[in-house]
Design a protein. Structure first.
Length: 501
């Protein structure tokens, strides 16, 4: 057993911070429960240092040619691809998810880097010749300045990569504030940027908690904030950031429903519910947490899911045989476990109890096996709250309409899925459901990099979704130029309002 812990600190202006932090946080290996690292927490002074570095780097990076910026992005893409396994192992060690899942997270981040490599095409303006006589009009998209990215624990590499490739590609400079629970991935990415040739100060990392975020939100040098986390924090970040005049996109929590119609392929639906409900121990914002079974498929579906749950190996993310790892911290595991008691007390039927699931790992790890509740109803805490753990709730409904009504009444609107063999029902669902990301026989419909990611209602505050065209727009400001190169015929006074002629 090793007792040494790593020291994780900020990355500012191309190097590790050398100061002495007043506050720190513990970083755990969730599979053993042991503290493996100590992360420095930034106060306002360290945030200011990072913003100063980002501000100093902005002029040079904004003026770097598109060809130069693209060259750095391609180099970063190559390095990230070559070292994806190392990054995945780092994620596993602090987050706990299984290695293949961590590799998947890196792959989905890489997609956005690859999309951003196309920035010459993506950020092009438009040009209208002869909009008026001898007058041409064209548009430009220009960067904002230093931008902040505040990310959650559940995707320590992918979520920052939803934002920074496009922020950097469009000429901004970046300050990332990762989750204090798994901070090392951001430092790994910072070192790759440096190796890729990104000028110092374009990509900075400050670690910490609310104190660091609050300073980023009020700092006049920060022009935009991309936040991902729980809904109460997303809402307050949106309000504080916009109050300080910043552009803000704040993605919040979720309660994703999967609606299963009686004509669905029930084996496919059961596989999907298990994969999307328990993958990453349910710690995904696109996890399926509510299965809505339209009568009469409930009993059959529950039986198939129960059967599959029994085959899942729960163990360390680093073990090749593990299907599901531990939860991120002991406190989170205890909170999630509390729902097993409250669900039962509220009258839901506990079909599979995760506390009793065999674990192939260190007893000190933050384990909770897959849990299934049946006969769940709105008003029960297992339905109303975002649990963010391996707890799947089955709600029975009499019809498609009742299922749709349930989903649309939910305050969250991140992702949803419909399982059916009926194309007409699927088409109706995609039109009628009030959710930002919809899967038809696809349980975790995370859009590819050239579409945008974002929920509706309490799952997103602001109007810009992440990455895709929305990402390009979010990190740039539009400018329209109306141009005339006068010849002598334009001389003369005319105080009238200009009109087209
Ligand atoms: P969290 O809200 O606790 O923390 C997110 C970030 O905000 C972290 O960097 C944290 O340090 C910081 N933070 C925490 N409290 C703060 C406060 N009071 N003021 C300012 N900053 C604060 O979220 P988490 O537990 O790290 O992540 C899980 C949550 O993120 C879940 O609710 C999940 O649904 C959500 N999430 C949403 C999406 C999405 O795309 N909508 C994606 C991933 C995760």
């Amino acid at each position: 057993m090793t007792t040494s812990t790593s020291h994780i600190t900020h990355w500012i202006a191309g190097r590790a911070w050398t100061g002495t932090a007043e506050r720190h946080g513990d970083v755990y290996d969730p599979a053993t429960g042991r503290v493996t690292g100590r992360v420095d927490f930034a106060g306002p002074d360290v945030v200011d240092e990072a913003v100063d570095a980002a501000t100093a780097a902005f002029g040079g990076w904004r003026d770097a040619s598109v060809a130069r910026r693209t060259g750095v992005l391609f180099a970063f893409r190559e390095l990230l691809h070559a070292r994806r396994d190392e990054l995945a192992a780092l994620i596993v060690s602090e987050h706990g998810k299984v290695h293949s899942d961590a590799l998947g997270e890196v792959a989905r981040g890489l997609e956005v880097v690859e999309y951003a490599c196309g920035i010459p095409q993506l950020a092009r303006g438009a040009y209208t010749e002869q909009a008026s006589t001898d007058i041409d009009v064209y548009s430009l998209r220009q960067p904002l300045g230093p931008v902040a990215i505040v990310s959650p624990f559940n995707f320590p590499a992918m979520v920052p990569m939803w934002f920074f490739p496009l922020a950097i590609a469009t000429g901004n400079t970046v300050i990332v504030k990762p989750s204090e629970k798994d901070p090392s991935a951001a430092n790994f990415l910072a070192a790759l940027w440096r190796e890729a040739g990104l000028p110092d100060g374009v990509f900075n990392v400050v670690h910490g908690d609310r104190a660091a975020v609050d300073r980023l939100l009020e700092h006049p040098g920060v022009k935009a904030v991309s936040f991902v986390g729980s809904t109460p924090v997303a809402r307050s970040v949106y309000e504080a950031g916009t109050r300080h005049g910043k552009r803000v996109q704040a993605l919040g929590g979720a309660k994703n429903h999967m609606l299963v119609l009686p004509d669905a392929d029930l084996d496919l639906a059961a596989d999907a519910a298990v994969n999307a409900g328990y993958g990453a121990a349910g710690e995904r914002c696109m996890a399926v947490s509510v299965l809505v079974a339209v009568d009469p498929v409930g009993d059959d579906l529950v039986a198939r899911i129960k059967q599959r749950i029994a085959t899942l190996t729960v163990g360390p993310g680093s073990a090749p045989g593990s299907a599901m790892g531990p939860l991120v911290t002991g406190a989170h595991r205890d909170k999630v476990t509390g729902y097993l008691d409250s669900g039962t007390a509220d009258g839901a039927v506990l079909v599979a109890d995760g506390r009793k699931h065999a674990v192939d790992g260190d007893p000190g790890g933050f384990w909770l096996g897959p849990t299934l509740f049946d006969h769940v109803r709105p008003g029960m805490s297992v339905y109303d709250d975002e649990i963010f753990g391996p707890v799947l709730s089955v709600v029975r409904v009499p019809s498609y309409d009742a299922g749709l009504e349930l989903i649309n009444a939910n305050p969250y609107g991140n992702g949803t899925a419909l399982f059916t063999c009926d194309g007409g029902a699927a088409r109706r669902f995609q039109r009628e459901v009030e959710v930002g990301m919809v899967g038809i026989n696809v349980p975790i419909p995370v859009p590819v990099a050239y579409y945008s990611f974002g929920g509706w209602k309490s799952s997103l505050f602001g109007d810009a979704h992440a990455y895709g065209e929305d990402g390009v727009r979010f990190f740039t400001r539009g400018k329209a130029v109306t141009q005339r190169w006068p010849d002598p015929s334009h001389a003369g006074l005319n105080l009238g309002f200009p009109t087209n002629s």
